[in-house]
Write a protein that binds this ligand. Structure first.
Ligand code: MN
Length: 503
């Protein structure tokens, strides 16, 4: 099928505040229905909203981080519609004077280097969340207003995305950025990050580009469903165009819902247009003036974002793009932990910094993350401090213990079996690095197993196989303490002097 997907995303993010956008009740997820409400969020007559300054600041921080232009003056508007989850019959939102416009997000390319690129933003604005309807089995529905009034950021992208994978990558990079900023927990399962996708396709025919009608896909509540739904919708639009020939000029925008179980999109109610919402300025709230000093303060609070951090890890730490990506993707705390291990290790021995960072990165991405996952621990709860892991890695580096022993010691540290010193002393860890002693061990093994050299001589076994077997025997004889690098060198030299032994 020869078509190009054209995709824009509309993302809603709940901001992480203690209280709601325009009132004082809490914002915790998962409380019993309607226990987190107050007269304002219930929309009772005579109540007045008061803006949550913290929420506005988090919104500013996000927009600045997303390279948006910040308006010096912004106001609130009422978006009018009737729905049971909206007790006031209007949502306080922003219409013609949002607090920010434009901006962009750099979407990382795929692992194979394709895709990615800049996705421009139309705008970022602030509004309040609605309540939730719980549809019962008996044909009735219940209303839970705990969510009503939670600060909600709406982020709208330009239709710059060209594949389902890029759309997913864009959303993932956005989530990572928002988490680095600390403005939202972005739990898609809990609805604090929600995404709709506007999708159509461009078909090339006889030198002309044909665009199909635009469809807005709703109910995308996982990264996987974002990718699957867009992929499906492209194919569906292509088949629809083959059947009816309708183009973007012939049909208005449609709304379809994603059915994750069936793996299809299905038509939904027709969406209101801006005129149906009868937007007008909210008379109960004063406009917000963002002065240069406020903006500067917010700008100063942003810190290093994922993209900059990946680049720094590659450039300054000489990590591979893959390693830098894995560390940064795991979240700010994991990247901080890796950096702390690397710094502490370099403080002990500053030679070969690239090698040191690589060692720290390997242990964090492989061992630390595996253990944390097995034990369902956040990195903040990881029982081995960066400083202690660095001391252990220093001993691995200086060949006081070998890598396998290091792993064993790490799991004992995690188990809380004692301090690093105590565990090393009790376990009798250490490396046999005495060249003469190891050479002697090799001779003893060869004397006790004459078949090894015979097999080599008559070509029954390849030198690599014999070497591997001998290495295992040396390890066994030394209780796993032999310096593996040195054993390798000694075996190489010893076998080279045998007939058939040079590989
Ligand atoms: Mn919205």
């Amino acid at each position: 099928m020869d078509y190009t997907l054209i995709i824009g995303l509309e993302i809603h993010v709940q901001l992480q505040t203690e209280s709601k956008m325009f009132s004082a009740s809490g914002t915790d997820f998962g409380l019993p229905p309607n226990t987190q409400t107050d007269p304002v969020s219930l929309g009772l007559p005579g109540t007045l909203p008061v803006m949550n300054r913290r929420a506005f600041e988090l919104a500013l921080k996000t927009a600045v981080a997303l390279n948006a232009e910040i308006a010096p003056f912004t106001k609130w508007d009422r978006k009018n519609y009737y729905y049971p989850d909206l007790p006031k019959n209007y949502q306080i939102s922003q219409y013609d004077l949002p607090f920010s416009r434009g901006g962009w997000l750099e979407v990382p390319p795929r692992k194979d280097g394709t895709g990615g690129g800049r996705c421009r933003l139309v705008r970022v604005h602030l509004e309040e969340d609605t309540g939730k309807l719980i549809h019962g089995n008996g044909g009735w529905s219940e209303v839970d207003l705990n969510r009503a009034g939670i600060p909600l950021l709406e982020i709208v992208t330009e239709p710059d995305l060209r594949s389902a994978q890029d759309a997913r990558a864009c959303l993932e990079e956005l989530r990572l950025t928002l988490r680095y900023l600390g403005v939202s927990d972005c739990e898609m399962q809990e609805g604090s990050l929600r995404c709709d996708a506007n999708v159509n396709i461009h078909i090339e025919r006889e030198g002309k580009t044909i665009a199909t009608p635009i469809v807005e896909i709703k109910n995308l509540n996982s990264f996987r469903s974002v990718e699957r739904a867009i992929e499906y919708e492209g194919q569906r639009q292509y088949r629809a165009w083959l059947a009816d020939g309708l183009t973007i000029k012939d049909a208005p925008k449609q709304t379809r819902g994603w059915d994750d179980e069936e793996g299809v999109t299905k038509p939904q109610r027709e969406k209101e247009t801006a005129a149906d919402y009868r937007y007008f300025p909210e008379p109960d709230l004063v406009p917000v003036v963002v002065d240069a000093a406020w903006l500067e303060r917010v700008r100063g609070s942003i810190g290093e974002l994922p993209r900059a951090r990946r680049e720094r890890f590659e450039r300054e730490h000489q990590l591979s793009a893959y390693d830098a990506g894995v560390l940064v993707e795991q979240g700010k705390e994991v990247a901080d932990y890796y950096e702390a291990v690397g710094e502490a290790l370099l403080a002990r021995d500053g030679s070969a910094p690239g090698e040191v960072r690589k060692l720290a990165a390997n242990w964090v991405t492989q061992d630390v993350l595996r253990i944390a996952k097995e034990r369902k621990l956040e990195i903040g709860q990881f029982p081995v401090a960066a400083e202690v892991l660095a001391e252990l890695l220093h001993r691995v580096r200086t060949r006081q213990v070998n890598t396998n022993q290091g792993r064993e010691i790490l799991s004992k540290l995690v188990e809380g079996e004692g301090t690093l010193e105590a565990i090393i002393a009790a376990g009798g860890y250490g490396m046999v690095t005495d060249r003469g002693a190891l050479a002697k061990t090799i001779e003893e093994i060869l004397a006790a197993n004459p078949k090894a050299l015979e097999d080599l001589k008559n070509g029954k076994k390849k030198p690599e196989a014999v070497k591997g077997w001998l290495r295992g025997q040396v390890m066994k004889a030394t209780g796993g303490k032999a310096d593996a690098v040195l054993v390798g060198e000694l075996l190489e030299a010893r076998l080279a002097s045998e007939p058939g032994g040079s590989g």
